[in-house]
Design a protein around this ligand. Structure first.
Ligand code: GLA
Length: 388
């Protein structure tokens, strides 16, 4: 298998930084969530797909821990036992800690990272890093972990060690994705199903970093937990908010104070939208899927209050210019909009959206496309034999 571009870049960075060749490597994709936002940590379904853009992690044996990335060309010492220091190496330290607990970590390592994913765009650059790092570092310690174990280790690294109270969607798609498919992941019971998607998706970057969204995401999680506790206190037999039957929603909302009313309405209706989206995917009905995306965005904007003005302008413009649909994807409060558009009109639609955005904000947004791609893979970074 040929090396991915990030793996080639990471290998060169490793050689330049450590004057040696890496012994192992792996890469994992970023993801875009088509629909099902803020449902995973409420026990509901999500519909992510893997992007063609990925993060590569190449590693070499060492007695201590050192790491370098193309975004931060300084070689950093890593202390997996030390406190988290709020930088990108926390994610690596988190992975090392979880691997150590499972007896699958090397004693130390040199690590080089390269990615062609935008950081802070809500496209899961952090999960692509943790999944790829778990795969590469465990191999260095002589362990071949399966995709489910990888997803679990990457999730625990980000959730328990770094302390971002994310759900399991990003790590699951990063480890398990297959080309040409969307993954239906039921966070309530962990089941998965692959659904075909032949279309490409468009990514419209708001240019607003969602870097600070960790605190907001944690706050929304607390609200959801509070709402669940209130529902259960009032006799509702549910384990997760996503289990509320939409037919019972008016009665359930009547039990809750604001802003929990709108948070729960989002979770329950978003869950129902994902069910409809699965049907639309099976029918290959892109207009119906697009309409669900637009409803999903309205719910993020008004009920979950996790959108931003730049995303609202992009989505409104996409709808007005003839896309099937669009919505803010990922945690929110910045990041990127995902859009589905008819192929024969896509060039015109994109030019018009860029112009609408420029008129509103005085800058042109970055727009690119991807087809559903593959999950974590090995990168064969062993040095090539010299020609005689
Ligand atoms: C972040 C989390 C995911 C999910 C989304 C919101 O990306 O990492 O698990 O909760 O937010 O849908």
């Amino acid at each position: 298998m040929t090396l991915s571009t990030p793996a080639r870049v990471a290998t060169s960075l490793f050689e330049a930084s450590f004057s040696s060749h890496p012994a192992a490597g792996a890469s994992a994709p970023g993801r875009v969530n088509l629909l099902g936002e803020h449902t995973d940590y409420n026990g509901g379904p999500v519909l992510p797909l893997a992007l063609e853009r990925r993060t590569a992690v190449v590693v070499g044996r060492a007695s201590r821990w050192e790491a370098v990335s193309t975004l931060d060309t300084q070689v950093r010492d890593l202390d997996p036992e030390g406190p988290m220091c709020q930088g990108w190496t926390d994610y690596l330290a988190g992975v090392v800690r979880v691997l150590q607990r499972r007896g699958a970590a090397p004693r130390g390592a040199r690590v080089a990272v390269a990615s062609n994913l935008p950081v802070g765009a809500g496209l899961s650059s952090s999960a692509s890093l943790t999944v790829a790092a778990a795969k590469a570092l465990s191999l260095l310690a002589g362990h071949r972990l399966d995709a489910t174990e990888l997803a679990d280790i990457a999730f625990l690294a980000e959730h328990d060690e770094v302390g971002v109270h994310c759900g399991r969607m990003d790590q699951t798609i990063g480890a398990l994705a297959r080309p040409g498919t969307v993954l239906l992941y039921e966070a309530g019971d962990g089941s998965i199903r692959l659904l075909p998607l032949a279309a490409k998706v468009w990514l419209l970057e708001t240019g607003v970093s969602h870097r600070l969204s960790g605190g907001a995401l944690n706050a929304r999680r607390r609200e959801c937990q509070e709402a669940l506790a209130l529902c259960r206190d009032r006799g509702l037999l549910i384990r997760h908010l996503a289990e509320v039957d939409p037919a019972l929603l008016p009665a359930v909302l009547g039990m809750l104070p604001p802003p929990l009313v709108s948070r729960v309405r989002h979770v329950v209706m978003e869950t129902a939208r994902v069910r409809s989206a699965v049907e639309a995917l099976l029918r290959k009905d892109l207009p119906a899927l697009g309409a669900l995306l637009l409803k999903g965005h309205a719910s993020l904007r008004h009920d979950y209050e996790s959108s931003c003005i730049e995303a609202d302008v992009l989505v409104d413009s996409a709808a007005a210019r003839g896309a099937y649909g669009a919505r803010l994807t990922g945690a929110g409060w910045g990041g990127a909009v995902v859009m589905l558009a008819p192929v024969e009109r896509e060039a015109r639609i994109i030019a018009e959206i860029q112009e609408d955005f420029r008129r509103a904000f005085g800058r042109i947004p970055t727009i690119w496309s991807s087809r559903p791609s593959k999950g974590a893979r090995w990168e064969n970074v062993a040095p090539r034999p010299q020609a005689p």
